[in-house]
Design a protein around this ligand. Structure first.
Ligand SMILES: NC(=O)c1ccc[n+]([C@@H]2O[C@H](COP(=O)([O-])OP(=O)(O)OC[C@H]3O[C@@H](n4cnc5c(N)ncnc54)[C@H](OP(=O)(O)O)[C@@H]3O)[C@@H](O)[C@H]2O)c1
Length: 327
């Protein structure tokens, strides 16, 4: 099969499409004929040799999600047959024509989605769901601040928070990204180049603050995130795109009785990923099926141009997802 392989740690040019050995399904696994995959920020780190994956996954093929057609099933697989359309979260290996997944990780693709749309959803919707609801317990009427509102995670989080009845605040670098985020339901858009998000949150909430912060920036936002949080606020850190080191007053967490969580998806056990897949099936899939929540695709590249897709992501120009197609 063809796959985009990280030939050595480095820039986008190290990503080269090669012929590689096809994965073989075990008894509880299915082999999927991958039609599309999608980029995630972590793929850039992996390409640079800075994001080790799970031990059972090839380290040199990126790709944390895919959509395709079941090609073969292991001996203990029930309920799935060749020809079924499925999409799933992966530990890696999505930039390839074939992938193997545990049967419990496969989610049936809703009729209204094509393969590219389906491939763009698992990683960011699993992450946003887990961050907002499992960690931060976001509930109706609460206020949520979502950083990098135009990122893949951001566009998922805005839609899920909106559906939960929350009021959303979001940051991005341009009026255009904020306009598009507003179309997805973002209530208060903050251009971080022109405004200090902590000032805007204070003004718009009458000094009360937000109940939940979903952060992907890290160190440069830490103090302002803490300042932006309401009494008993919760913050979850899922990325550190702006850096991880900062000097801060840890005591600031105490008077407001704040909670801060950090989380990653990729290194979780299969059992934990299956639980999250089940939550996605139960709580998010119906919203996709009804069209209330939708995929947001910025650009589509053929697998052969995976390096160009990485270059594009590095410009920070995308609003929503960058998809790779195998067809
Ligand atoms: N923990 C997990 O399991 C998990 C899972 C998925 C993703 N993530 C993390 O979530 C984050 C977003 O991933 P993604 O794939 O959704 O990203 P993405 O689609 O590539 O979007 C990233 C956006 O973030 C903004 N940005 C980048 N660097 C910034 C900085 N230093 N300061 C402010 N804004 C910055 C840019 O938008 P602007 O133009 O608005 O600046 C950029 O377009 C990453 O940190 C990723 O590692 C974590």
């Amino acid at each position: 099969m063809r796959a985009a392989v990280i030939t050595q740690p480095g820039g986008p040019e190290v990503l080269q499409v090669q012929e590689v050995e096809e994965p073989q399904p075990g008894p509880d696994e299915i082999l999927v004929d991958v039609k599309a995959s999608a980029l995630n920020r972590a793929d850039l780190l992996q390409r640079g040799g800075r994001y080790p994956g799970p031990a059972d996954v090839r380290a040199d093929i990126p790709g944390l999600e895919m959509a395709g057609v079941v090609a073969a099933v292991g001996g203990r697989v029930t309920g799935l047959t060749p020809g079924d359309r499925v999409f799933a979260l992966l530990g890696g290996g999505g930039y390839a024509q074939r992938a193997v997944i545990h049967q419990a990780m496969a989610v049936s693709i809703p009729e209204r989605l094509d393969f590219q749309q389906a491939a763009s959803m698992p990683e960011v919707f699993f992450t946003a769901y887990d961050a907002l609801f499992n960690w931060c317990r976001l509930s109706m009427g609460e206020r949520a601040l979502i950083h990098a509102a135009g990122s893949g995670v951001g566009v998922a989080a805005i839609q899920l928070a909106r559906e939960a009845g929350a009021v959303t605040f979001g940051t991005a670098s341009s009026a255009e990204k904020l306009r598009r985020a507003a179309e997805l339901g973002l209530d208060v858009g903050i251009n971080y180049r022109d405004e200090d998000f902590a000032d805007v949150v204070r003004q718009k909430t009458g000094g009360r603050g937000v109940d939940v912060v979903l952060d992907v920036i890290g160190a440069p936002y830490w103090d302002r995130n803490i300042a932006s949080m309401a009494l008993k606020g919760r913050m979850v850190l899922v990325g550190t795109m702006g850096g991880g080191q900062t000097e801060t007053n840890v005591g600031a967490l105490m008077p407001k009785r704040l909670s801060v969580f950090g989380t990653v998806l990729r290194m979780r056990s299969l059992g934990e990923k299956i639980v999250l897949t089940e939550q996605f099936r139960r709580h998010v899939l119906p919203l996709i099926e009804s069209g209330k929540v939708r995929p947001v695709i910025d650009r589509v590249y053929p697998l052969e141009q995976a390096a160009d897709a990485h270059r594009y992501m590095e410009t920070n120009a995308n609003f929503g997802k960058i998809v790779l197609t195998m067809e």
